[in-house]
Ligand binder design. Structure first.
Ligand code: ZN
Length: 376
């Protein structure tokens, strides 16, 4: 097994790319989808089950883990991999985005952010240096630079100021990360929907030098069309030979559109969160299992799917356990959703390698356009 972090591209088809990120904890096949394990668990899933869906890497949230059970406690207990029983790679976010969306009484300065915990009101500080320390204590394989991003819509002056602060923090993150063979630090491009600001950000990050580059500040309510417009140029502004990670995306068609535009990695809570609210993503679009039409339906959710929810249970059963508020409902639908997402990723990896991405994409959209199977 390799002892260093590296990325190699195996094939491209148009702007879509497939390759492998190698880490001491294992390979990550790209394009990759990372399930979100916010509080040291992918909700409703055993880690073995997450691996069985085909996930090569998980995402953990610095903000949540620093508050509870704390990074220091996880470190004392042997690190996040051991703590949560996941021995494959883990990427952690920097905490910046979640402080802005979840914490109370936030105060932003050049140094960093002070805030109060949304759990117990306790006071904390996050700076680039502290974020690097927390992610080191967690034992994260891919560490994200500490950044700040304004909620959209924001005016150009605010976006510019915020992006430049994030670039200064990126430099401090690089400095504080130090020399850690086998671990990677990713810089985060900001700049809202402004092409020239995205370009300025990409240039600043490339000058500092990172093992990978994220596209931040998207999927924050701008809509798919605006996001794709930005992705028509943003990945091209980043180095060709390093992984590109689009943060917080998305729905199945967002993911396909992002890979088409040159993105290598993504993460989103959607498949797991939707699994707990009775929503399933299938080849033929979204199925709401709570709908009465499923109550007598003996057929599987998706007859072509090989996940446990589809191979062993009927729509009628899934409908019943959801209505009855049984835990197995969230477990089965989350498993199905994560399985389906990984199947999309595998389909795209194979198609890019074969040079048939356009045909794969057409089939993906055509099948979705059919809509769900007719009711019984
Ligand atoms: Zn399934």
């Amino acid at each position: 097994m390799t002892q260093r972090f590296s990325f190699s591209l195996a094939a491209t088809d148009g702007k879509a790319r497939t390759g492998v990120i190698s880490t001491p904890r294992g390979d990550i096949r790209t394009p990759a989808f990372m399930p979100v394990g916010t509080a040291a668990t992918v909700k409703a899933m055993m880690p073995e089950s997450v691996a069985a869906t085909g996930a090569d890497i998980l995402l953990g949230n610095t903000y949540h883990l620093m508050l509870r059970p704390t990074a220091e406690r996880i470190d004392r207990l042997g690190g996040l991999h051991k703590f949560m029983n996941w021995d494959k790679p883990i990427l952690t976010d920097s905490g910046g985005f979640q402080v802005m969306s979840l914490a109370e009484l936030r105060k932003l300065t050049e140094k960093g952010v002070t805030f109060r915990s949304h759990i117990d009101g306790s006071k904390h500080e996050l700076t680039p240096e502290r974020s690097m320390e927390i992610q080191r204590l967690l034992g994260s394989d891919i560490v994200m630079a500490f950044d700040e991003c304004p909620a959209l819509p924001a005016d150009r002056a605010r976006i510019t100021e915020s992006m430049r602060l994030s670039m200064r923090w990126a430099e401090r993150s690089r400095e504080a990360f130090g020399d850690r063979p086998g671990h990677a630090l990713f810089g985060i491009q900001q700049g809202g929907l402004e092409q020239d600001l995205r370009g300025e950000s990409a240039e600043a990050l490339t000058k500092i030098g990172f093992e990978g580059y994220a596209i931040g500040g998207l999927a924050v309510g701008e809509g798919q069309e605006a996001m794709f417009d930005c992705l028509d140029y943003a990945p091209d502004q980043l180095p060709q030979d390093k992984p590109r990670y689009l943060m917080g995306v998305g729905k199945p068609d967002d993911i396909v559109g992002a890979v088409k535009r040159g993105v290598d990695m993504m993460d989103c809570v959607l498949p797991s969160r939707s699994g707990r609210t009775g929503q399933a993503f299938t080849r033929r679009g979204v199925v709401n299992i709570k709908n009465a039409r499923h109550a007598d339906d003996p057929r599987p959710l998706d007859e072509a799917c090989t996940c446990p929810a589809c191979s062993k249970y009927s729509r009628a059963y899934l409908h019943h356990v959801f209505r009855a508020g049984e835990m197995i409902s969230g477990m089965l639908l989350t498993w199905h959703n994560l399985h389906y997402y990984q199947e999309i990723m595998q389909g795209m990896r194979d198609a890019i390698a074969a040079g048939t991405f356009a045909a794969w994409e057409k089939q993906f959209h055509d099948t979705r356009a059919l809509g769900d199977i007719e009711p019984v």
